[in-house]
Design a protein around this ligand. Structure first.
Ligand SMILES: *[C@@H]1O[C@H](CO)[C@@H](O)[C@H](O)[C@H]1NC(C)=O
Ligand SMILES: *[C@@H]1O[C@H](CO)[C@@H](O)[C@H](O)[C@H]1NC(C)=O
Ligand SMILES: *[C@@H]1O[C@H](CO)[C@@H](O)[C@H](O)[C@H]1NC(C)=O
Length: 432
């Protein structure tokens, strides 16, 4: 598993590089292999009814204005740019396209005292509706959503991870990129019965799927569920998160998105998931598969090969994971229908076009140079079930989640790389 040591590199440096990056190999002989996932489950517990009571109580205070996705998409916000503004490594034969964030979101850096936001997940109207557009009576939007986590260094230089999580709603109509950030929050009722909300605790916002009015956000341990019929416009712009008197605030964001429920794959809320082994898979990346019964595809990030890809059936009426035993909100225990174990190292994304699977992660040894960054490009690999993946294309440095648009037969992806000097982030698409 160790690469040959080049004569000019010291043992120490080589050791560090291998430890940080991991052996970047696709084991050509290893297949993207079907596994039995019958013992896996998504369990919402009573979270939907608990959250519904708190959500209604916050809305009843009048401190927030309830908006839907159309209203936020129609509001101008930050301005990005159409097209790929950085080198991507994407094969030109796949007709790369995409868009970029504004400068501040391109260069934001977690490794500072002030902290910064890092992007992870991508979804869009390509997931939300079968025709790939978000419908409104008046307007049909081409829209995207991205997830971000906020980290910062404390006074001792230690990284405080996942202090906040947000999602971004991008209006890409007419090739103009306008977007707003929404802070992810949890409504609650305090010990004296007062309704309030706080930043979603400990959320490494990762994979996302926009499905009708539902937004799924994977967080490693949990599948969080948000409703795009309940977006809260807050009435002040300050650091506070929550309600004080009649003032609401979402830490410099104009909008908050409140949790409506969450599923876990584990036996209890306190149990950790385990990647690459056992019956309690982690939920890192997400994508949607509209082939046959709609399916939510989760994939595990793991420090080597062996991350699992799991397909959970969705119910297009409840817009939640399908269940035979729904509660009043349509939520109940769900079991997956399909699963695979992936030979791709550090898998960051998985999506299917219905026959082929696309897996994002490390490149094989010797592939991915020329990125102009201190880290090589990532690779998107393609595999048929029970066959070995092959490199489909190199892709932006530290590519993360991907999704598949059946309406355009395009893959969409995002990268997270922090390069505070010049920025290196894009949202990209290629032919699938
Ligand atoms: C609940 O919130 C109200 C309103 O902010 C506050 O007056 C009260 O002290 C809080 N109760 C507890 C137990 O935190
Ligand atoms: C998925 O992509 C492959 C490769 O381009 C293609 O052969 C296959 O027909 C596609 N499957 C579907 C269901 O579109
Ligand atoms: C980066 O790419 C170059 C050129 O393909 C290659 O020589 C080098 O081994 C790669 N680095 C890693 C860590 O794979």
């Amino acid at each position: 598993m160790l690469r040959r040591i080049s004569s000019s590199t010291s043992m120490l440096l080589t050791f560090i590089a291998v430890t940080l990056v991991g052996p970047p190999m696709t084991h050509a002989a290893m297949a993207f292999r079907s596994i039995d996932v019958g013992s896996f489950a998504l369990d919402p517990g009573t979270t939907f009814s608990n959250q519904a009571a708190a959500l209604q109580a916050v809305e009843a205070t009048g401190a927030v204005t309830v908006l839907d996705a159309n209203q936020v998409l129609a509001t101008s916000g930050r301005t990005g740019s159409a097209g790929l503004c950085h080198a991507t490594g994407l094969s030109s034969s796949l007709k790369p396209g995409g868009f970029c964030w504004d400068h501040a979101d391109d260069v934001s850096n977690s490794y500072t005292a002030a902290g910064g936001w890092t992007p992870q997940g991508i979804t869009g109207s390509y997931d939300a509706q079968p025709n790939g557009l978000w419908d409104n009576v008046a307007t049909r939007h081409t829209a995207y959503m991205a997830s971000w986590h906020f980290d910062r260094l404390d006074s001792t230089g230690k990284l405080i991870r996942n202090e906040f999580a947000r999602v971004t709603m991008v209006n890409a109509n007419n090739n103009a990129i306008s977007y707003n950030h929404l802070l992810l929050v949890q409504p609650y009722i305090n010990g004296s019965g007062a309704a309030n909300f706080r930043a979603m605790p400990g959320t490494h916002a990762d994979g996302m799927v926009w499905y009708g009015n539902t937004l799924f956000v994977a967080n490693g341990r949990f599948l969080q569920v948000y409703s795009l019929k309940h977006i809260w416009k807050v009435n002040s712009n300050q650091e506070m998160v929550g309600i004080s008197g009649s003032t609401s605030s979402a830490r410099w964001s104009n909008y908050a998105l409140p949790l409506i429920g969450q599923y876990r794959t584990t036996t209890s809320d306190g149990t950790a998931c385990t990647a690459a082994a056992g019956r309690m898979p982690c939920l890192n990346s997400l994508s949607l598969d509209r082939t046959g019964q709609d399916g939510l595809v989760s994939a595990e990030y793991y420090g080597a090969a062996g991350g699992r890809v799991v397909r959970w059936p969705l119910d297009y009426q409840s817009m939640l994971p399908a269940t035979t035993n729904p509660d009043a909100h349509g939520a109940g225990v769900t079991h997956p229908t399909l699963g695979y174990v992936s030979p791709v190292w550090h898998m960051q994304g998985a999506a299917t076009n219905g026959t082929h699977w696309y897996l994002v992660g490390d490149c094989p040894s010797g592939v991915g140079g020329g990125s102009g960054d201190s880290i090589n490009y990532s690779c998107i690999h393609r595999a048929l079930p029970d066959n070995s993946p092959h490199v489909y294309t190199t892709s932006p440095v530290l590519s993360q989640n991907i999704g598949y648009s059946p309406a355009t037969k395009r893959l969409w992806g995002i990268n997270e790389r922090i390069n505070s000097a010049r920025g290196i982030r894009v949202v990209f698409s290629i032919d699938g």
